[in-house]
Design a protein around this ligand. Structure first.
Ligand code: NAI
Length: 393
């Protein structure tokens, strides 16, 4: 199959991610069928797509002479997955993050979709290889990891499972590139190996090990969170403890446990986070986390610093993880990591600064590991030798 033959896309799951992916696929010109398990979920998704398109029409961003209703005219809905995928060329699954449900969905798609159809999953944590075992077409199963919301975040990671064919990857990349993004040019990163966290989430995950160490230390010494936030000097759009509350402590807690199981025990959530989860202090959504959110977003006093948080050490941790991604064969060079981080997180990746500072960063990491015992943060060979500098970008 070639990408020009992709006409009918089925999006499974009309939730936060699914409805938005369906919207951008419609905007490209594909015929889209949106599937969910209840009418109310589908209706909700359709209403949001309609609202989104109407706003764009009003701003003249749907293209010359194109109306929201023209675009909506290409949308169908279906509660029955079996019949929905009968004419599908490409399926994008965005159901809840549960392996048993995803495998059920993939099995149904495999049995009922035409043989040429590519099956893509938007999982943020699960193994593509594992999901593909529910099918008899593992060569046509790919990961297609969007960032939230897909219409505004430029990055899509397209992931190869162990048995994914080059052809399926190519089609996944081309379909991804065809989907519009309102905040600039779409960036598609090829993830060549199915490893936890793919590229961007993996790059930033081990910073959590450091943050957890600092959090437990500060709690023991009675150092207020806002003083650690002040250590960032206001260079971040949201300082770390405000951000942690904003994202939700439960979300980072689950992610930390996932990486503890799949990468290294050092990722296990720390004492303070575990205690706060037990007490139901999940951040913004419960009104209380590190900060009190009952009166809106907290404005920490940034005038007094704790002198605890070392921003260079954070860069060193990310550089080390980026080097590991290269060592593991997830990517073939460093540029895609920096570009993906910019497109997915709106912040620079670690290699720009890392090329000139890797020796200093290596020393910092070694010192931190000696002090903290967090062995996962020990510099890998590629970082310690600086060999990544001479590798192709
Ligand atoms: P959500 O909970 O908003 O939506 C999931 C939808 O799937 C619900 O409407 C649910 O009714 C539907 N669903 C459940 N079982 C189904 C089935 N058997 N058939 C059809 N529909 C079914 O979840 P969200 O946030 O949209 O996440 C979806 C996927 O995207 C997950 O795998 C998640 O990890 C991933 N993802 C989420 C991101 C986020 O920021 N929320 C970012 C990147 C990936």
């Amino acid at each position: 199959m070639v990408v020009e033959n992709v006409k009918n896309i089925v999006v499974i799951g009309a939730g936060l991610m699914g409805h938005n992916v369906a919207q951008i696929a419609l905007m490209t010109g594909y015929k889209v069928t949106l599937v969910d398990i209840k009418d109310e979920f589908i209706n909700n998704g359709v209403a949001k797509i309609d609202e989104g398109l109407k706003k764009l029409e009003a701003k003249g961003r749907l293209g010359e002479g194109v109306s929201a209703s023209d675009v909506m005219g290409r949308l169908k809905t279906n509660l029955d997955l079996t019949s929905a995928v009968k004419d599908a060329d490409f399926v994008l699954e965005a159901v809840v993050e549960r392996m048993d449900i995803k495998k059920d969905v993939f099995k149904t798609c495999d049995v009922n979709a035409p043989p040429h159809c590519i099956l893509a999953t938007n999982t943020s944590t699960m193994s593509i290889t594992d999901i593909a075992t529910a099918t008899n077409r593992a060569d046509k199963v790919i990961g297609m990891h969007f960032f939230n919301p897909p219409i505004l975040m430029r990055l899509i990671e397209v992931i190869a499972g162990e048995k994914t064919s080059d052809e399926a990857m190519e089609i996944g990349v081309k379909v991804s590139e065809s989907l519009p993004c309102l905040k600039g040019k779409r960036f598609v990163a090829k993830v060549l190996k199915d490893r936890p966290g793919f590229i961007v989430n993996r790059l930033n995950a081990p910073v959590g090990i450091y943050r957890s160490y600092i959090t437990d230390y500060a709690y023991e010494k009675g150092i207020p969170w806002e003083q650690i936030d002040a250590d960032t000097g206001g260079i971040m759009p949201m300082p770390p403890y405000v951000l942690a509350d904003y994202v939700g402590l439960d979300t980072s807690y689950h992610a930390a446990n996932y990486y503890a199981e799949t990468l290294h025990p050092d990722f296990k959530p720390g004492k303070v986070t575990t205690m706060m989860i037990k007490e139901g202090k999940l951040g913004r959504k419960t009104g209380q986390g590190y900060y009190d959110w009952s009166k809106g977003r907290p404005e920490p006093d940034m005038s007094k610093k704790a002198g605890l948080l070392d921003l260079e050490l954070i860069m060193a941790i990310r550089l080390n993880e980026g080097c590991r991604l290269i060592e593991e064969g997830v990517v073939t060079g460093w540029k895609v990591i920096d570009d993906a981080n910019m497109a997915g997180m709106n912040t620079p990746g670690p290699f720009g600064a890392g090329k000139n500072n890797w020796e200093k960063y290596t020393k910092k990491l070694d010192e931190f590991v000696e002090k903290s015992g967090r062995e996962y943060l020990r510099p890998c060979e590629l970082m310690r030798t600086g060999k990544f500098v001479k590798m192709k970008k």
